[in-house]
Design a protein around this ligand. Structure first.
Ligand code: FAD
Length: 457
């Protein structure tokens, strides 16, 4: 008896219900990962995420080998490759985690049909890539929550499955062959300071953060220079960490820091249940329509300055440069740069979302598109008219300018508060800086946004 475990966004051995079920059902399992051509063709396999993925697969393979097994890696059409492996191993069943995008839903359906046509079965497991699956908690009048606070209330009281221990042994049949896992070093165009991936790395990060960081999370999470958030997002995106296990560990730890982190993990599930119910929200305005956005064609120079981190607003530029250097950006900085692009420059949120997806190692359709919509005022924000002022915000969240100077070397010799408004420096000091003037006047930007919004209504 053999079963196949198809790994997708769940690249771990700890708390992995599909692997547990596959091991219980059979004498041997084939742990399988497929580089899906369709994901690559859609442009989703960017250098940063491909590099992080390479680390994840190398680590997963090593952990399986410690348990007497190995990872089988294939490339091609996912459905075809899974069916091939099933035939080669003469497996009866395939186990995998549920996913929630339109693409994943279609792929899962194709796989189910192909397997069933051949007399085999597909088992899809919930609560592997999310803590509380979409649809598990709903308001009385709809299939999903459109507002976070009531969602969070019910999410906190949902029925939770117990975390599953990592298996001690994973016997894998000899006859199924795969390709060697790709090495990170073979991938070009990767951000120079991209963090390392893999379950071992993720678990180390959790242990370190729980010891030093978690208790202060509530107080320090908005401090740009402190960089005191968990940095677990890429691990959650690739599933090297289990959200169920993380929430349970945080609750056991207790205190306001852990509670605040759990609330952020609930945001992750919140966006997934929106996307699961409204697949179109990845592309079209979720609630409030805006038809007058400036676009690549009408705001080209502004968009390019934003992408390059040369808007003349230091905190925006620091954040955009951090994104390219690390493949990651602080949450407060994501809020500021997204608000600046959509509300101050009045550029279509999809332009910004695409740029983020290009660079973010945690780039994730649900979290990225729906956070962009939240900031743009087209999504689930209950205050869609709010505009974040980058100067006021910079003074509040980077009071001594450390974050700006870390990423914008042109401003290294400038102290706070001038570092946040270099255009206010005396003429000669200003002239000595090789740093651009602001590309937009904040109050003019605000007027344009309000006029456009009123026209829309
Ligand atoms: P922490 O503050 O330590 O939070 C812990 C975890 O909670 C995160 O790892 C993440 O999984 C989850 N989380 C935190 N904040 C949010 C949030 N607002 N929405 C959903 N989940 C959250 N997050 C992504 O994972 N992928 C994206 O592509 C992404 N795009 C974003 C785009 C914009 C415009 C904005 C405003 C936010 C985006 N976020 C995205 C959410 C958030 O900024 C990141 O999850 C967070 O900065 C990651 O750093 P961290 O792990 O240190 O977070």
């Amino acid at each position: 008896h053999v079963s196949v475990v198809l790994f997708t966004s769940d690249l771990r051995l700890h708390d992995h219900p599909p692997l547990r079920a596959a091991l219980e059902a059979a004498d041997a399992v084939v742990p399988l990962f497929v580089h899906d051509r369709a994901v690559e063709a859609a442009g989703f396999a960017t250098p940063n995420r491909t590099a992080f993925l390479a680390d994840c697969l190398t680590d997963l393979d090593a952990s399986l080998r410690e348990r007497g097994g190995r990872l089988v890696v294939r490339s091609g059409d996912l459905v075809r490759e899974v069916c091939r492996v099933v035939t080669e191993a003469d497996a009866d069943e395939v186990h995998m985690a549920a996913a929630h995008s339109a693409f994943a839903g279609r792929r899962e359906e194709r796989l189910r049909r192909a397997l069933e046509a051949d007399g085999r079965r597909l088992f899809v497991h919930d609560a592997v890539t999310v803590a509380v699956p979409p649809g598990e908690v709903t308001p009385s009048s709809s299939d999903h929550f459109a507002v976070f606070t009531p969602y969070y209330r019910q999410w906190s009281q949902a029925r939770w499955r117990a975390a599953v221990a990592a298996p001690r042994r994973v016997p894998v049949p000899d006859e199924v062959e795969g390709e060697p896992p790709r090495a990170r070093g073979d991938i070009s165009g990767v951000s120079p300071a991209l963090p390392a991936g893999g379950e071992s790395e993720g678990r180390k990060r959790v242990t370190a953060y729980w010891r030093k960081g978690l208790d202060a999370y509530d107080d320090t999470r908005d401090d740009l220079a402190a960089d005191a958030t968990s940095r677990l997002s890429a691990h959650l995106h690739f599933g090297t960490l289990s959200p169920v296990e993380l929430v349970q560990r945080a609750r056991r730890h207790g205190g306001p820091g852990a509670e605040a982190l759990v609330r952020q993990l609930a945001w992750r599930d919140f966006h997934r249940q929106v996307l699961a119910a409204r697949h179109d929200a990845a592309r079209t305005d979720y609630r409030t329509k805006h038809d007058h956005w400036r676009t690549e064609r009408t705001a080209r120079a502004d968009i390019e300055a934003w992408r390059q981190g040369r808007t003349g607003y230091p905190v925006i530029d620091a954040a955009m440069r951090q994104l390219r250097q690390e493949g990651w950006m602080h949450n407060r900085a994501r809020l500021l740069t997204a608000s600046f692009l959509t509300k101050t420059l009045y550029v279509d949120w999809r332009v910004g979302a695409a740029h983020f997806l290009q660079w973010l190692v945690d780039g994730d359709i649900a979290n990225n598109q729906l956070n962009w919509q939240w900031v743009a005022g087209t999504g689930t924000d209950t205050r869609p008219g709010r505009v974040l002022n980058p100067v006021i915000q910079a003074k509040r969240h980077d009071p001594d300018g450390t974050y700006v100077r870390r990423w914008v070397p042109e401003l290294v010799g400038v102290d706070a508060p001038a570092v946040h408004e270099p255009w206010k420096l005396p003429g000669l000091d200003r002239a000595a800086l090789d740093y651009p003037d602001p590309i937009v006047d904040l109050s003019e930007g605000l007027d344009r946004f309000r006029r456009a919004r009123d026209r829309q209504e």
